[in-house]
Design a protein around this ligand. Structure first.
Ligand SMILES: [Mg+2]
Length: 94
């Protein structure tokens, strides 16, 4: 069992999913501080980004959606790339 699975087993799925929300809100707060208050909070951004990534790993295990997320992400990135190709062509970006 990896760390994410152990955390879900030890602390429970519902508390961990609420923790996902809590960590996302902490990251939201740090992004807003950085932009709105021009705050130098790079260490907080690093920490909260890591916290969210750790919780998202648990979310994927909790809902058994890791493979589907990977698949969707690949398709989404292809579409984004196509949009960027179009944008760069229109804006004469090399
Ligand atoms: Mg946090």
């Amino acid at each position: 069992m990896n760390t994410f699975e152990r955390a879900l087993k030890a602390w429970g799925k519902e508390p961990q999913m609420l923790q996902v929300i809590e960590e996302m809100s902490e990251l939201t707060k740090e992004i807003l501080k950085n932009i709105n208050r021009k705050k130098d909070n790079i260490n907080e951004l690093i920490e909260e980004t890591a916290d969210v990534e750790i919780m998202l790993e648990q979310l994927k295990i909790c809902y058994n959606i890791a493979d589907a997320v990977t698949k969707y992400k690949t398709e989404k990135l292809k579409k984004i790339d196509q949009r960027l190709d179009e944008w760069e062509r229109k804006n004469n970006v090399a």
